[in-house]
Design a protein around this ligand. Structure first.
Ligand code: ZN
Length: 151
């Protein structure tokens, strides 16, 4: 048998699953093989720590203390619901107030009147365009087109 096949037997050796003859040849190989020696040690350490972890016994009060912690958490959650609802109402009220202020503000702010000054700024107007545009208080798109075409 070579090293590879002994390496595959490490787990069975640690678990005492090898026959007497297999154990003897395995031990004979391990004495001269540092890799297999280390594998046996690592595997034994792992098995030991698993055994230790499994032997942890929970105290009898463990279930009750978990239940108590859960109940306490639920109560804190209920206590927190009150302020949370209040904060939400405050935010909604502030939103309504801001919306109302913006609406009132835009209603009260006078809209800029569209007049002929805007269309004649920077250039001299001829009389026809001036007559069309200047005769009306507010202008539509058609008025501007007519003024441009009759120029
Ligand atoms: Zn080996």
């Amino acid at each position: 048998m070579n090293h590879k096949s002994f390496e595959r037997q490490v787990s069975a050796y640690v678990d005492n699953e090898l026959s007497e003859r297999e154990v003897k040849s395995f031990q004979a190989h391990v004495e001269g093989c540092a890799v297999c020696q280390q594998r046996v040690q690592v595997l034994r350490a792992i098995r030991a720590s698993i055994r230790d972890a499994a032997s942890v016994v929970l105290p009898e009060s463990f279930v009750y203390s978990v239940q108590r912690a859960v109940r306490q958490q639920e109560q804190e959650y209920v206590i927190w619901l009150g302020p949370e609802r209040f904060a939400r109402n405050v935010v909604v009220a502030l939103c309504v107030i801001v919306f109302a202020l913006v609406a009132v503000g835009s209603y009260l702010t006078p809209q800029p009147v569209v007049g002929e000054e805007r269309y004649f700024s920077g250039e001299s107007s001829d009389s026809a365009a001036h007559a069309v545009i200047g005769s009306q208080h507010e202008l539509s798109k058609d008025d501007v087109m007519i003024a441009a075409l009759t120029r």
